[in-house]
Unconditional design. Structure first.
Length: 128
């Protein structure tokens, strides 16, 4: 009699050469990889104290000063109420992303409004 040594591998059932057709994978359109939508990046270019800054707007409404500070752009400011005028900036481009001039800005800026100046603490960015 021939003695046969059994191992774990010899006890496993051998894989059949035929493919298993019992599981069919269907691709649902929602599972397809979609390319991320490109949305326009709205940039507001400003000058303060002879330094150029570019502030990128986001989806939430906030002041130009707050957005700049969040983006590590060190604008000069003091009161954040619009009364001192230290945060005054000249808007080079992207003025369409800013809301209308506030009463506080009118009082503080007076004649500078016509020359594209705004108070960054009062200018609300609302660009989507």
């Amino acid at each position: 009699m021939i003695s046969r040594k059994l191992t774990v591998g010899s006890l496993k059932e051998k894989a059949k050469a035929m493919p298993d057709h019992s599981v069919i994978q269907k691709t649902v359109p929602s599972q397809l990889k979609r390319k991320p939508e490109k949305r326009a990046i709205n940039k507001i270019k400003i000058i303060q104290n002879n330094k150029n800054y570019t502030v990128i707007s986001n989806q939430k409404k906030s002041s130009l000063l707050d957005l700049a500070l969040e983006q590590s752009q060190m604008l000069s400011y003091k009161c954040k109420k619009g009364s001192c005028g230290k945060c005054m900036v000249e808007v080079l481009s992207g003025a369409s992303c800013l809301e209308a001039v506030t009463k506080q800005e009118r009082e503080t800026l007076k004649g500078n409004l016509e020359r594209n100046y705004r108070l960054s603490c009062q200018a609300i960015v609302n660009c989507k």
